[in-house]
Ligand binder design. Structure first.
Ligand code: GTR
Length: 417
């Protein structure tokens, strides 16, 4: 009896762990009913473009209220001041110009600064441009020693590239494989990047730091970190619209993983983004929440309580009552082009769930007489598909590779040039 009692908690923990283990078995994906793209909450069908305009608004507020959080009014109206702090006219051996631009809060000296790095082909003229966050500082996207080393809070690493949360010289170019800057420039595009931690350092500090120091702690259903990051992308776009070497009407927003979730939420809210790219964004990004494959809503809300708003975890155990699913987030990009990419070994992100979102979200493009993914079952590996909604699943793991960028450049060439 005594022994049994002692064993009980251990057993319960073990059972719990088992229950929380990720599912990678397609036959164990539960049956589910998805909320429709082209149907209002009141049950009416969406059949005209005017209807879609209203449905779009409805979906946006549902995603804000139940998933990513509502952007506080004062943030929506906040303008930042842009100051060019460095210009390197002979970047990439003279092929390109690199600019560093600081975006600051007016009247808030010592407040958060968003450091934007913009590379555009020489000679300068307005070009379509990719905008994306990086995970480790702007100086990691290319080893050029003239790029300013980020002074922002960084996640420590074992390689000595970050010490005491500060980037070291050793970290220059550390992420260059994810950013084929020269290839982008050679194909006539610009690239703008920001370190996402400039907006909100990625740890659960109870929303004290980053831009929360300006806007205050979220209350009620207000935003989590993904919401603040997405807001930062829009502020970067405010600046890019004024940059003479950037075509502000042709800015593609790109992101990988948690930052892919962010690029989707930014693209959904801000229709000035001309094209939207989600690279391996997974749960809370492109992947359908109801599939219970790989990372689940419960798991993500437990591991990263600061990413979404406080209401999202209330659906951890009851996904069927979540009023939205992620194919509707994809639909919010319509009629603009959107690209979703998966990787075979990135099962955690549920490649099939990412594909299904792209495919089912495509319904919205049909209202505009445009083709989305089309009538395709799961495409083969390294076989990109789709017209205004693009998709590929490539070989390899959770990452951003040259293969991914080549597809994004092809897609952007088709739609933005
Ligand atoms: C993982 C997380 C994913 C994804 C990834 C990343 O730990 O479970 O949802 O966002 O991090 O951003 O690298």
């Amino acid at each position: 009896m005594k022994l049994r009692r002692a064993l009980l908690p251990v057993l319960l923990i073990a059972m719990n762990l088992e229950a929380d283990e990720a599912n990678y078995d397609e036959s164990k994906v539960p049956e589910f009913v998805l909320p429709e793209v082209l149907r209002f909450e009141n049950g009416d069908r969406v059949s005209t473009l005017a209807d879609w305009g209203k449905r779009r608004g409805e979906l946006l507020s549902l995603f804000a209220k139940h998933v990513y959080g509502i952007t506080p009014e004062k943030a929506v109206s906040q303008k930042l001041v842009a100051i060019e702090t460095q210009r390197i006219a002979d970047f990439l051996g003279g092929k390109a110009t690199l600019k560093e631009v600081s975006l600051t809060f007016p009247g808030r000296e010592g407040g958060p600064v968003l450091h934007l790095l913009v590379v555009t082909p020489n000679p300068g003229k307005p070009v379509p441009t990719f905008l994306g966050f990086n995970f480790r500082g702007n100086h990691t996207i290319h080893p050029d020693p003239r790029i300013t080393l980020s002074e922002s809070w960084m996640r420590p690493d074992k390689e000595g590239r970050v010490v005491d949360h500060r980037a070291t010289e050793k970290s220059r170019g550390a992420s260059e494989e994810r950013w084929p800057v020269e290839e982008i420039v050679d194909r006539g595009f610009g690239l703008a990047v920001i370190y996402y931690g400039d907006i909100d350092p990625d740890f659960d500090d109870g929303f004290e730091n980053g831009v929360h120091s300006i806007f205050g702690k979220p209350v009620g259903d207000e935003w989590g970190s993904i919401g603040t990051w997405a807001w930062g992308l829009s502020r970067a776009l405010d600046y890019l619209e004024t940059d003479e070497e950037v075509d502000g009407e042709k800015v593609a927003v790109f992101g990988h993983s948690r930052l892919g979730k962010t690029s989707l939420w930014a693209g959904a809210q801000d229709e000035r983004f001309a094209l939207v790219i989600s690279n391996n964004s997974g749960c809370g990004g492109a992947a359908l929440s109801r599939r219970n494959f790989g990372e689940t809503v419960k798991r993500i809300n437990t591991s990263f309580p600061h990413w979404f708003n406080d209401r999202f975890p209330t659906y951890n155990e009851s996904l069927s009552s979540l009023p939205v699913d992620q194919h509707q987030l994809i639909a919010l990009m319509a009629p603009r082009p959107v690209y979703v990419a998966s990787a075979v070994e990135d099962e955690w992100a549920d490649p099939r769930g990412e594909f299904l979102s792209a495919k089912l979200g495509s319904e919205a493009w049909s209202l505009f007489g445009k083709e989305g993914i089309g009538d395709i079952e799961m495409p083969g590996v390294n076989e990109p598909v789709g017209d205004h909604v693009g998709y590929h699943i490539r070989t390899g793991k959770h990452d951003v590779t040259d293969y991914d960028w080549e597809r994004y450049l092809d897609f952007a060439e088709r739609h933005l040039k």
